[in-house]
Ligand binder design. Sequence first.
Ligand code: ZN
Length: 137
Amino acid sequence: MAAWCTFHGVRLGVDPGVVAGGTTCERVASILTQYLEAYDSSWDAVPALSQWTVRVVGERPTQGAAPGNFYAGQTFWESRIIDLYQGSLSVLPHEVHHVALGPPSSDHQGWCPFGDWEAREGILDEHGYLGCPALQR
Ligand SMILES: [Zn+2]
């Protein structure tokens, strides 16, 4: 990581590719704060998150991504690390939801109300990824 800072008590690292793009750890932290506050306002806060590290990477990681799937973030249970691609900071609530629900949540079963919430909030529309019907408008 090129720089470290925190948001809402969560350790945040940004890699050299992110800094090279002209942003700072603090700027990324302010964006992630908004996504976390949106999450906390509608779902139970996740106190355990203070024991996690979020890393923002400049290159989109491909390891673990299924063929044809857009890869934006990943939650690593053993090391309590969330990796986010810098162009996909909006997937933070998704990864936080995994932390809230634990490892069995990896299959996204029962996540359609969460997908509806993300879409309503204008955060992310991942109904297709979650295997849910599109939000009724
Ligand atoms: Zn997921």
